[in-house]
Design a protein around this ligand. Structure first.
Ligand code: ARE
Ligand code: CA
Length: 493
């Protein structure tokens, strides 16, 4: 049986109540309901973008282009430094950060919600700062490495005693990974009821402002039972996406965390990149589970994120057309929930987003942006959420709905596949023109391309972008070098 997408029904109140009672009795974590999410669900990570700007993006771009959720950077007070990664060193749980104030955060959530976009906040709950010297946070809160006013004292941290300086040295040791310090970050004792309550109070506060859920940063570094206890104390339906980087042979694997909600599936981008490079494409397991991938309904997939674009990612905003191809294949796929990534250009991996003298990150708008550009200046926003190809592929995804992905065709450096009866995507990753013909049950006719034509590729005069033909049950694509194409049931002209 092909996968038929996510359940689209909301549980009745009665059932939810009964479930909650049952869960309270058995004291296990509330399984996170997929709510009213559908096969069209797609998110966007707006890395280090201020709250006021995200609110604007929700209204001008994310809502209209069909994104259903946005992942923000961490909203809490952190150390006062210029590097972007200062956001991952919490000083406290007050919502005063380089990205905006509590009021601005709340206003963003309300405005995004009105635009039909859920806000998922990045929750840094495994640790506090990695600073050996005492300091003062962005909002003026004094702290020490193991002392955080009103929150935590030395006894609330793991001091693993397994390595020099208590740092994680060996990812093959579960105990080190979960109780020693990730790059010197003071590791919270998440087995402690007091610590758990303090974290839950923080997450509850964000929920009270209307966020739909959380990315759980560094989830690998917390025992799944610890995360389960925290998540289980949150209201049912809170969306949870755990960051557990799949590492070959490591004892802690993403599968341990799927009972809590979704996880970022790092295998997806890792599998895609070599295919884009070699031009030799392999269909994934089309029915049933993909090897080294969590089940589809618990997977969040991406081409790159803020960590991988600075490290191992082979395809990023720097690759322009190839990046579009990677995103097009991901958005056309029927596995998991995709999250598109949008950050800023950099040549120094530590460089923070452009900011004022007070450290507050500059506002930015992608409302009039297009892309990809041939090149970006350092600090310039990539505005991927505004690219016509991305908007077009979100429309493709909406039209494809629950239709299964069918067997693909690999021809030279080109490849394509159909979402049964709903749309066909095709790409050419080579340097030469290449034709690829994909069998399809789309009706014969001329179709407007959603990659060059965007979200509304059909105009009164014809097509906004390229035109492709379906004839005798075959979609034919003559593709130039590094060209992607996508046609769908609503793009026939
Ligand atoms: C910075 C400095 C450090 C310094 C530290 C404390 O770079 O030199 O010691 O501050 O002062 C981000 C940055 C870090 C930064 C940190 C805190 O990337 O450079 O440290 O913020 O400011 C592992 C984890 C995974 C984690 C990655 C980065 O398992 O959870 O490392 N990813 C998240 C975020 C990061 C963030 C943090 C966690 C910390 O997405 O942006 O760090 O909150 C294999 C393993 C993986 C491992 C990976 C890299 O693949 O399988 O598990 O990921 O190697 O080591
Ligand atoms: Ca830990």
């Amino acid at each position: 049986m092909p996968r038929l997408g996510r359940p689209g029904t909301r549980r009745g109140l009665l059932v939810a109540g009964a479930m909650a009672a049952l869960l309270a009795l058995t004291s296990c974590a509330a399984p996170q309901d997929s709510g009213d999410r559908t096969a069209q669900d797609a998110g966007i990570q707006l890395f280090q973008l201020p709250w006021n700007s995200i609110a604007g993006e929700c209204e001008t771009t994310l809502g209209p282009n069909g994104f259903s959720w946005v992942l923000t950077s961490p909203p809490n007070e952190s150390i006062a430094r210029d590097e972007w990664w200062a956001s991952y060193q919490p000083v406290g749980y007050g919502l005063e950060s380089r990205l905006g104030s509590r009021e601005e955060f709340a206003d963003m959530v309300a405005r995004c919600d009105a635009a039909g976009v859920d806000v998922i906040a990045d929750a840094v709950i495994n640790h506090m700062t990695g600073q050996d010297a005492a300091g003062t946070g962005f909002a003026g809160t004094p702290y020490e490495h193991y002392a955080y006013r009103g929150l935590y004292a030395a006894a609330d941290f793991h001091h693993c005693g397994l390595t020099t300086d208590d740092d994680i040295l060996d990812y093959d040791s579960r105990e080190q990974v979960q109780t020693c310090e990730l790059v010197n970050l003071a590791d919270l004792d998440t087995s402690s009821p007091r610590v758990r309550e303090t974290i839950v109070a923080y997450l509850d506060d964000l929920l009270s402002l209307g966020v739909a859920g959380f990315r759980i940063d560094a989830a690998k570094h917390m025992a799944a039972d610890d995360v389960a206890a925290i998540v289980g104390a949150l209201p049912e339906g809170t969306r949870i996406i755990s960051e557990v980087i799949r590492g070959a042979g490591e004892p802690v694997q993403p599968e341990e965390y799927t009972g809590l909600g979704e996880v970022f599936e790092f295998s997806y981008a890792r599998d895609l990149a070599p295919q884009l490079e070699s031009g030799v494409f392999a269909d994934p397991e089309l029915e049933g589970d993909r090897p080294l991938h969590v089940p589809a309904d618990t997977a969040v997939v991406f081409v790159d994120n803020h960590d991988t674009e600075r490290r191992e990612a082979d395809v990023t905003y720097r690759d322009g057309a190839l990046y579009v191809i990677a995103n097009a294949l991901m958005l056309a796929d029927d596995y998991g929930t995709p999250i598109v990534y949008s950050g800023y250009a950099f040549s120094d991996r530590d460089a923070g987003a452009p900011a004022g003298a007070d450290g507050a990150v500059d506002q930015a708008s992608c409302a009039d942006a297009t892309g990809p550009a041939d090149a970006y200046d350092d600090g310039e926003r990539t505005c991927v959420q505004s690219w016509p190809a991305i908007a077009g592929m979100l429309e493709f995804r909406a039209v494809a709905g629950d239709a299964p992905r069918l067997e693909g065709v690999d021809e030279g450096d080109a490849y394509g596949f159909e979402r049964e009866g709903r749309g066909v995507v095709a790409v050419n990753v080579g340097a030469e023109e290449q034709t690829v013909e994909i069998p399809t049950s789309l009706p014969a006719g001329e179709y407007c391309d959603a990659i060059t034509g965007g979200r509304e590729p059909v105009t009164s005069d014809g097509c906004r972008g390229a035109v492709y033909t379906v004839e005798d049950g075959v979609a034919r694509f003559e593709l130039g070098p590094l060209v992607a194409a996508a046609i769908h049931a609503d793009s026939r002209r």
